[in-house]
Design a protein around this ligand. Structure first.
Ligand code: 9MR
Length: 490
């Protein structure tokens, strides 16, 4: 404990010194003098603070007790997003019965270590308990209002920014809203309604719309979200920020990313990178991403979606800044250097970095973001997952880990690794123990038959090179136990 306190003080002091240094740099700039950079800060949080930004990470409650994990968390990060604990399935698993315990633990940790919080997320079609999708339109409206109200009230004063609505736009190139219980029953107005309700509950928290695959300026999805934000601003619908999740493939951000950030910022909202991870974590791809933010004055912070590769929802991609042993990777150094180099270079309320706001340039090959999948859930989807491995099928192995647990439920992850031959599909089967039932699966397709659970690959993660890995995750009721898994490759 004493160690944490000392570290917190060190960060606060560094930020204060950096703030003073930035002030000097601004004064020098005002005098037309070329500013020199302040001394380099030694952690991501303090380096980002030098230009008035935060650097954060996603945190699951279950990892707070791991000293190796929390040492890095408290040394490096000034902002925390609960990875799953503020989502609807955890916070209101049955109607009117609220469970804020897991998230409260993260909020307490943040308060004790001088970290701020992003609230994630109030209205999302995933990790949504089954009772919500069964409601009539009018009932759904009041359930949504009540959920927003209860959750925001509980955490009032403790949240810097809320992802009020998450991932409401479609991936089909239409630029339209995706189908969801909210969209299908309440229509387009549900997003506006959620933001108005949120503002009425907490006038001080920033209210964000958050989505993935909206980083490339010319994509229809980006344009759809942009037009929504523009419309909201023109009609006074309360929206303060847009979160760009930034789950990138190994190519990193599209070349238009800074243009996108700048164009959104020009609408009068803050922009933030909210869930950054990059397949294989190339140092240059991370630096490009961070620099895109640093060049836009209203890009107020960056959050990576986990600390160590082993903490990642896509751990098979090794997409984070620390390896599984907690050692900083080359990408860590490139991010730290980029943050330090930005000291005093971004000023005022306007965008810098020579962007081309309002124009449709920067179109880049969409291939650069291929592989940026989100945790597309497939619950309810049935396919032929119960078929046995066909002739010629390759071998695979599957290993299980519990990534989170709370009273009455848990979250598991299964890692599938191909054998010495490539496979083009996989199926993992196990038997649930008494009291266990799966409520949701992502990055796989679920079939259940009694206590026999079968998860087959999703459309995008069936092909594995020899010895390559992928993962799927699930949420379940009951208590965690280590299952005996059978993996069949095809
Ligand atoms: O990292 C989260 C993982 O632990 C979950 O179980 C998964 C379920 O959908 O959600 C992950 O976080 C997602 C985030 O909440 C929203 N954007 C996509 C993220 C990765 O799937």
């Amino acid at each position: 404990m004493a160690w944490f306190k000392r570290d917190t003080r060190r960060r606060a002091t560094a930020a204060t010194i950096a703030g003073a240094a930035a002030g000097v740099a601004l004064a020098l700039l005002g005098m037309g003098t070329f500013a020199t950079h302040a001394a380099a800060a030694g952690s991501l949080g303090s380096a980002a603070a030098q230009s008035g930004r935060y650097f954060g990470t996603a945190v699951p409650t279950a990892k707070l007790g791991d000293p190796a994990y929390s040492t890095i968390l408290d040394r490096e990060f000034g902002m925390i997003t609960p990875e799953n604990e503020m989502k609807w399935d955890t916070t209101e698993p049955s109607r009117g019965s609220f469970n804020f315990g897991p998230a409260d633990q993260i909020v307490s940790h943040a308060a004790a270590h001088g970290q701020k919080m992003r609230g994630h997320t109030l209205v999302w079609y995933q990790q949504l308990p089954g009772w919500v999708s069964g409601l009539s339109a009018s009932d759904l409206q009041s359930a949504m209002d009540n959920h927003i109200t209860q959750e925001m009230t509980h955490f009032k004063g403790k949240i810097y920014a809320w992802d009020v609505v998450n991932e409401a736009f479609a991936d089909d190139g239409s630029g339209q809203h995706r189908s969801s219980p909210f969209q299908d029953k309440l229509g387009n107005g549900f997003i506006e309604h959620a933001f108005r309700t949120a503002r009425s509950v907490d006038a001080n928290a920033k209210l964000c719309y958050n989505d993935y695959n909206i980083e490339n300026w010319t994509d229809a999805k980006t344009q759809g979200v942009y037009n929504m934000v523009k419309d909201f601003k023109s009609r006074g619908v309360p929206i303060d920020c847009v979160g760009f999740q930034s789950h990138f493939g190994a190519g990193g951000p599209p070349s238009s990313f800074q243009t996108t950030l700048s164009n959104f910022a020009a609408l009068g909202v803050d922009v933030q990178i909210t869930e950054l991870d990059i397949a294989q974590a190339p140092a240059s791809a991370y630096a490009n991403t961070v620099n895109a933010c640093l060049h836009v004055a209203r890009c107020t912070g960056i959050t990576v979606w986990g600390i160590r590769d082993s903490d990642s929802w896509r751990s098979g991609d090794n997409p984070l800044l620390f390896d599984s042993s907690g050692n900083p990777k080359p990408a860590y150094t490139s991010v730290l250097n980029a943050l330090n180099a930005a000291t005093g270079t971004t000023t005022g309320g306007t965008t810098d970095g020579g962007t081309t706001s309002g124009t449709t340039n920067g179109g880049t090959t969409s291939g650069t973001t291929s592989g940026t999948t989100d945790g597309g859930t497939t619950s309810g989807t049935t396919d032929g997952g119960s078929s046995t491995g066909g002739a010629g099928g390759g071998a695979c192995t599957a290993t299980y880990s519990t990534t989170n647990s709370w009273s009455g439920g848990y979250q598991g992850e299964v890692k599938i690794t191909a054998g010495s031959a490539a496979i083009s599909g996989w199926t993992v089967r196990w038997t649930l123990s008494g009291g266990q039932s799966i409520t949701q699966v992502w990055n796989g397709t679920l079939t259940t038959s009694g206590s026999t659970t079968t998860v087959a690959n999703a459309s995008y993660n069936g092909s594995l090179q020899p010895a390559a890995s992928t993962t799927f995750g699930f949420l379940a009721n009951g208590s965690p136990s280590t299952p005996s898994l059978t993996c069949t490759g095809s």
